[in-house]
Design a protein around this ligand. Structure first.
Ligand code: CA
Length: 231
């Protein structure tokens, strides 16, 4: 098996070195860049499987790099993990909306970064990123079947409204991935829904109540949105 290539775009030298050391030690092929424009051209040259992308960079910032990577068909398949400072939830939400896969918050432990990187690489290898509205999703005892508009916990039928159903199906079809309220609403109601982001919270509360003992499968990600857990 060939080593996964990872590009680190980070202007702080000590953080860059910590990341490079941790990931190289794990057997990844790592390249680094200290600035935005150079990072973007390096990504196009190296074609890594994953970019660890600092959001606060001189020149081109991380969100803009993410946008350009995801807009360009040749680089859109590169996974992006954002590296953010505490309190940057608004940027995280923007980044997820642009197609970033995950994020880590400074200060982080190298162990956490390695785990996150592995999880994203694993997911991008197995999950087809297009949201398939007609595909039945099964996680353990939970079955979500769009063709019959039916959700089962083992044999118990869970009565969801149409919107709740679409929200649960969307979350469950992207297990382990943090999804912003905006992404969830867009998936459930179409682009530019004329409702507030916070209405997702109301729907999720209701879904959890109906899922009952499986309620913990929907995890709240503070300040950002929700994540579906497979366990
Ligand atoms: Ca920085």
């Amino acid at each position: 098996m060939t080593k996964a290539r990872i590009l680190i775009i980070e202007d702080e030298a000590d953080i860059r070195e910590i990341l490079e050391y941790a990931l190289t030690r794990e057997g990844f092929e790592v390249s680094t860049c200290a600035a935005g424009v150079a990072g973007l051209s390096e990504a196009r040259r190296v074609m890594p499987q994953l970019v660890l992308l600092d959001l606060m960079l001189p020149g081109l910032d991380g969100l803009e790099i993410c946008r350009r990577l995801k807009q360009d068909e040749s680089t859109a398949g590169i996974s992006v993990v954002m590296v953010t400072a505490k309190g940057d939830e608004a940027d995280v939400v923007l980044g997820l909306g642009l197609g970033a896969d995950d994020y880590i918050v400074k200060p982080f432990s190298p162990k956490e970064v390695v785990a996150r990187v592995r999880a994203v690489l694993r997911r991008s290898a197995t999950v087809i990123d297009r949201h398939d509205r007609q595909k039945t999703v099964v996680h353990g005892e939970l079955t979500i079947d769009p063709s019959r508009h039916r959700v089962l916990v083992e044999t118990r039928e869970v009565p969801l409204t149409a919107t709740e159903f679409r929200i649960l199906h969307y979350l469950a079809s992207k297990p382990g991935r943090v999804l912003s309220r905006d992404q969830i609403l867009t998936a459930a109601l179409g682009p530019n829904p004329m409702v507030l982001d916070r209405s997702v919270d109301v729907h999720v509360r209701s879904i959890r109540k109906k899922l009952d003992e499986k309620r913990d499968m929907i995890e709240t990600v503070r300040g950002v949105g929700y994540r579906f857990c497979e366990a």
